[in-house]
Every structure is written in C-alpha cells, then in structure tokens.
Design a protein around this ligand. Sequence first.
Ligand code: IPE
Ligand code: IPE
Ligand code: MG
Length: 247
Amino acid sequence: MTSADLLSQIRLHGVVPRHVAIIMDGNGRWARERMLPRPVGHRHGMKAVREVVEGALEVGLEALSLFAFSQENWQRPPGEVSALMSLLEEYIQAEADSLHEQGVRVQVLGDIDRLVPAARAAVDRVVAQTAGNAKLTLNLFISYGARAELTRAARLLAEDVAAGRIAADQVDEAAFASKLYTQGCPDPDLLIRTSGEQRISNFMLWQVAYAELFLSPVLWPDFSRSNLYEAILDFQQRDRRFGKVAV
Ligand code: IPE
Ligand code: IPE
Ligand code: MG
C-alpha cells in the first residue's frame, strides 16, 4: 500500500492518537551494516525525522515526541556526542522556517544547560520562533532522562511546599504532572520504538503509563511516513481498557 492509501485507511477508522512518541533507535546499526561511521547513520536519521513530522501533520496529531538524545548518551565517545550536537544544530537551522510555516510549535525537553553553546542557541531560537504555533507540538527530547525529570518534579514540589505555596496534601497526580517537562501536553497514546529493541530506556516513565506500544524492526534511518501510518493503523485496532472491563 502507498502512504496515501494508508492515510485514507487511517481516516476511515476515524480515531487517531492525539500524541505519538518515538524512541528513534538503530542509527549505529544502520551505519555498521554499510561499513560507515556511526555519525553517518545519525545524519540519515534526520531524513526519517522529516518523514514523521510531515506524517504527523498529515494525520493531524496534536503532539509528536521524539527521543533524540538521552542523558545516558552523554557517555558515548566524545566524537559521536559532538557529531550529534552538530546535527541537532544543523537540523534546527535547516528546518526552523519550514516548521514555523507549517504551524509546528517546537519544544525541547531535557537538561538543555548541558548542550554546547551553539546547539543551545539554536534550540532557544527555534523554541522562541515557533512558540505561538498550534497545529502540531513537536517535543524534542534532548539530554533527557525520565528519572531525572521525575526527581526534578519532586524537588520543585518540595520547594513549593517548603515555601508555603502549596500544602503537602495538595501534592496529587495533577500537581506532579504540572512539574514535568511535558506539562500541558496529553500523555502519549502510542509509543513506537524502532530497531527491534524491546525496552523503554528511561523515556517518559510517568507519561507512558497507558500508552500502546509498537515495536518496529525497522532501523531509524529507514523509518518512513508509511511506517508511521502502519503503526497508527495498528493502534486503531487496539482495545484500550485502562484497567476497566470492556463494555
Ligand atoms: C539512535 O541510534 C540515536 C541515539 C541514541 C542518539 P543509536 O545510535 O542508538 O543506534 P544503535 O542502537 O547503536 O544502532
Ligand atoms: C535510547 O536509545 C535513546 C534514544 C533513542 C535517544 P539508546 O540506543 O541510547 O538505548 P539503549 O542503550 O539501547 O537502551
Ligand atoms: Mg541505540
């Protein structure tokens, strides 16, 4: 089936996920299969990012979350880390205007103080440029770890309690969620991981509580708009019960 056919199938089914999150994995293996250096795999991964952003706009998602660089990824060899930082900057330079024209609001989630100054400046620029857009929220998770995000939320709440801004018994799920980087964004309905790995790798631990999982064998640089549509079609067949009995 062509991507246009898949898209019309999705439309026939009606209900689309509001929020899709993707653990973009397999760039290194893609490069190794071709006897190329790992950064070449990351570069080809940018094409897949364009594909899924366009797909998300076509389908009409509210939010697309992409795990681009984890807190743990800082432990990779310095050459690979700096290649990834340069690619981040390059992606933003190349795409910012077109994302803005298409009504995409870009948010960057993670410990961005650790970014090199040039990447940090690019991030700040695109976030400011697109802040007023509302068609699609594109969450880029960079220097992100879910446990760090949860710990930060606990710390912020503790500070609020210590300062008397809220009472301890007002710390409920909504208060907690409001301190996460994703505050204001609906939880992901669908979580995709590429490259055949079957783990969460410290991604959005709070937010994926009831996400449907889709594990794709495709290595990230080969992931296409059609692959996204197939995942969404699969999602549309799922029976989401949220712990209740199906009626
Ligand atoms: C995903 O690809 C990109 C990042 C984690 C930055 P990998 O670089 O993890 O590729 P593999 O898993 O080694 O194939
Ligand atoms: C998860 O992929 C992080 C990103 C996709 C950015 P990794 O390749 O870093 O995860 P592990 O090491 O296989 O769990
Ligand atoms: Mg990997």
